[in-house]
Structures are given as C-alpha cells and as structure tokens.
Design a protein. Structure first.
Length: 191
C-alpha cells in the first residue's frame, strides 16, 4: 500500500487531536483491514468516534484546525443511518480524506465496546474486530467491501455466528450470503 506512510502520518495527528478531546475512537475501513488481512490500496482514513451527534461538526472542525485540514459544514447521513463528518487534510504528498463515523446505534455502540488494540504500521491503536469490520462492510455493500469481506474470511477465523446475528438484526442476510457463501463440509454439513 504505497499511501500507507502518508495515511499513518495523518492518522497519528488525528488520534492526538481525538485524545485531546477525550473522544473514544477506533479505526475502521480499508486501513483497519491491514490489521487483520493483507493490506490493499486505499486513499482515505475511516474512524468511528463516540461523541454526541450534536458535537460531531465541532469535532470535525477542531480536527481540521489541528491537522491542517477543512471539515465539511454538516455531517452526512446515509440511508442505513450511518452519520459521518468529513475532514480533508492537506499534506505535502497530497490530500487525505478522513471520515469520522458517529458511533451511534446498537451495532456501532457494540463495536466500540469490542474494539481491540492492534498494530497498524508503526501505530498501536484501537481497531474494529474482524467480525465488526465484516458487518460494517456488509452495511456499505460496495463491490470493494465484498472483496474485503472475503479477504478477512481467508486471513482470519471469523466468528460467523456473531456476524450472522448482526446481519440478521440489520437486515443484511442477502449481502452476507453473497459475501460469505455457506461452506459445505463432507456429507453436506455446514461449516
């Protein structure tokens, strides 16, 4: 991943700013994938953060000021309920987009409680578990997300029961079936 040093330098600065705000966070998205599976090319950073929804724009503006970037004026809310605040950071090597995902709702709140410390490059930070990354990628549902899910499943032994429970609660079973087809062992048993 050629952009990893640039992304990690930006991530280090963003994490310092979040620490100053005492805002719990965890790495999600393509860079988080590198903690659990072979890294892939990505050009942005995604962090889930636990702050009040009303504070998200101010957090984005604070981070923008601290790391030499600009924050969008208003958070973006997707159909699935995900809310994010985008910060674009100017670096000598080029722009880095930082998406701050609001950790709200039953799933993201549970994922924040399950986050683990993990090395990514030269950083030791909180990262979503492989199973929670799978569920997040099921929610996003893009072609690259399905590829990422398969990469995680090949690199890690996933707790598929956990993934199935959340996929069911979030009405994502169809996407799960496409991303992780049920494997059949001998005599047709499910694995």
């Amino acid at each position: 991943m050629a952009d990893l040093p640039r992304l990690l330098a930006t991530l280090r600065e963003v994490l310092r700013a979040l620490d100053d705000l005492a805002a719990p966070s965890m790495l999600v998205g393509g860079v988080a994938l590198a903690a659990w599976a072979p890294p892939r090319a990505t050009v942005d950073l995604d962090l889930a953060i636990s702050v009040k929804a009303a504070d998200l724009p101010a957090v984005g503006a604070f981070i923008g000021r601290r790391v030499g970037g600009l924050s969008s004026m208003h958070p973006v809310r997707f159909r699935d309920g995900t809310t994010l605040q985008r910060v674009v950071v100017q670096r000598p090597e080029g722009e880095v987009t930082v998406d701050l995902v609001l950790a709200e709702g039953a799933f993201l709140e549970a994922a924040m409680r399950r986050r683990v410390r993990q090395a990514v490059g030269d950083l030791d930070l909180s990262v979503a578990t492989p199973e929670d990354l799978v569920v997040m990628k099921l929610r996003a549902g893009r072609r690259q997300d399905l590829v990422d899910i398969r990469s995680l499943a090949e690199a890690r032994r996933l707790d598929r029961g956990y993934v199935r429970r959340w996929a069911g609660r979030l009405k994502l079973m169809g996407r799960l079936a496409r991303a992780l087809p049920v494997r059949r062992g001998r005599r047709g048993s499910r694995r």
